[in-house]
Design a protein around this ligand. Structure first.
Ligand SMILES: NC(=O)c1ccc[n+]([C@@H]2O[C@H](COP(=O)([O-])OP(=O)(O)OC[C@H]3O[C@@H](n4cnc5c(N)ncnc54)[C@H](O)[C@@H]3O)[C@@H](O)[C@H]2O)c1
Ligand SMILES: [Fe+2]
Length: 494
């Protein structure tokens, strides 16, 4: 059974011991989730909508797990939750581009067994950063290596970090040369400096760029391997130095994921290291650190978090436990992103966003992302478009493409985002999810298209080919996606 001591909404500590669960575990977790929801509910401004959302979710997902395929008004089929086999054991037809709803959610698996992982310890709350020295001590560290991007370091964050560590007698080394969407070489550079300095804990402070760089540096620091060797899945040979991740954007969720993403300038593409050895030891989240994120970055990183939540919720790898985090992330982001963008000093909204991006990261770490991320990778790798922005441009188009394959989940998302789904057909309710997301993006002031981002239509064949190689998210996608579909999606997003 997962140990989830929760000490309050404003300041909570959640432990996620690595665990492997069977069917009984979801029932056991329901009790913890109930406590989590009860605490959150008590604190939340809009209790009524939250209760409604959870009721709808429970009803929808419980119903969909129990029911066989049933027709809906539109003639499309409502999809059972895990429709890969009929009760007889006969395989359902797979969805295809021509027949996208043949098997509803495709061959999403009834996972009798699922795992749930994240950072070993999560500390969340306003002022949590003040405890950074204590976190270092908890990991047995005496000489931390701090990884930041230059802009953030110069904004006063490096000075404040130094104060907190010096005040506790901790000598530290600062590496502040991370840039947005970092190149792979930076991981080797940092790892060498860690070895030279004999540092014993790595702290990543910043957005995903700094945290990913820090995770990779820590993994590399114990040996002599090169970062290139760790790209791909399960290529990290063993544990690196202990890590503490401190997000300062509410976006990537990197503080709880097993991924570190880099640009390979030689190949003009993005590639990731994916390994359980990259899970941070401590994720330390302080919403106050995000107050200074400018509106455009707040919007793009916030929609990235939304993508993690939505994609993990609709992923073929989703489990009952990941769904809880993904859907709650959707609710938190839908409720708090607009205010965070337009009134960045609103600490309540920033807190909601940081919690939302944390939950979305847990969804991502455990259920993966889907086609939005596959299709956006080449936009970052070839054109240097910031990750969140690339996802934002593609999200509504991919949502429309996937809709027929995940109607019930879309309907749950629509309701969670406050859409009036009560008297709708399932398909209509599902379409409200796309509307809600388009409105959210518009309200956050993002009106970019692939054209305005400077991407030429002539490149679509090539970038589609690259996107198709980002295969794991595509395998998770609820609807099969061909290279022609990818090109069509780029055309739609142009
Ligand atoms: N590891 C994962 O699971 C994962 C998931 C998604 C994305 N990523 C990767 O993360 C990277 C993107 O991370 P990101 O979207 O957080 O952007 P980022 O880290 O590049 O930061 C964006 C900008 O925000 C600034 N910034 C950060 N915190 C700030 C603050 N508190 N106040 C003011 N400015 C601040 C930075 O200086 C930078 O200019 C990409 O490389 C992406 O591929 C990783
Ligand atoms: Fe992302």
């Amino acid at each position: 059974m997962p140990r989830i001591p929760i000490t309050g909404w404003w300041r909570c500590v959640i432990y996620f011991p690595v665990q492997r669960s069977g069917p009984g575990t979801s029932r056991l977790f329901a009790a913890s989730a109930g406590r989590l929801n009860a605490t959150a509910k008590a604190r939340h401004r809009d209790q009524e909508s939250k209760t409604k959302t959870l009721t709808f979710l429970r009803a929808t997902l419980t119903k969909s797990r129990k029911q066989p395929i049933r027709p809906v008004e539109s003639g499309l089929r409502a999809t059972p939750r895990f429709p890969q086999v009929r009760a007889s054991g006969e395989a359902l037809p797979k969805n295809t581009a021509e027949n996208p709803d043949a098997a509803g959610n495709g061959d999403m698996r009834m996972t009798d067994l699922f795992t749930f992982r994240g950072a070993k310890k999560i500390i969340f709350g306003r002022g949590a950063f003040e405890g950074i020295a204590g976190a270092v001590g908890e990991l047995g560290g005496t000489k931390p290596f701090i990884v930041m991007d230059g802009t953030l370091a110069r904004s006063g964050t490096a000075a404040r970090t130094a104060e907190l560590l010096d005040g506790n007698g901790l000598e530290h080394v600062l590496f502040d040369r991370v840039v947005g969407e970092p190149p792979l070489e930076i991981a080797d550079e940092g790892a060498q400096l860690i070895r030279d300095a004999n540092a014993d804990v790595v702290i990543g402070i910043g957005g995903g760029s700094a945290m990913d760089a820090a995770k990779a540096m820590a993994a590399l620091a114990r040996g002599k391997d090169r970062a290139e060797q760790y790209l791909g899945l399960d290529r990290v040979p063993g544990p690196g130095l202990p890590t503490i991740m401190v997000p300062t954007t509410a976006g990537t969720g990197s503080e709880v994921t097993f991924t570190a993403v880099f640009i390979r300038n030689d190949l003009r593409k993005k590639e990731g290291m994916n390994s359980p050895f990259l899970y941070p030891d401590i994720a330390l989240l302080d919403p106050l650190l995000t107050l200074s994120v400018p509106p455009a970055v707040t919007a793009a990183t916030g929609i990235d978090a939304f993508c993690h939540a939505f994609e993990s919720f609709t992923s073929r790898q989703a489990s009952p436990m990941s769904e809880l985090f993904s859907l709650e992330a959707i609710r938190l982001i839908a409720e708090n992103l607009r205010t965070s963008v337009h009134n960045g000093s609103d600490a309540d909204a920033r807190e909601g966003m940081l919690l939302g991006s944390l939950y979305a990261g847990l969804g991502l770490a455990n259920a993966g992302v889907t086609a939005v991320h596959s299709l956006s990778y080449p936009l970052g790798g070839r054109y240097g478009i910031p990750h969140g922005l690339a996802n934002t441009v593609l999200l509504p188009v991919v949502m429309r493409f996937n809709l027929p394959a995940a109607l019930e989940k879309y309907a749950a998302v629509a309701e969670t985002m406050g859409e009036p789904v009560e008297d709708c057909s399932l398909r209509e309710a599902a379409m409200y999810a796309v509307d809600a997301v388009e409105e959210l993006i518009g309200d956050c002031g993002v009106d970019s298209t692939l054209e305005t981002l400077g991407i030429a239509r002539d490149d679509f064949d090539e970038i589609a080919e690259q996107a198709m190689k980002v295969s794991r998210p595509l395998e998770n996608n609820p609807r099969a996606l061909s290279p022609e579909d990818a090109i069509e999606i780029y055309n739609e997003a142009f």
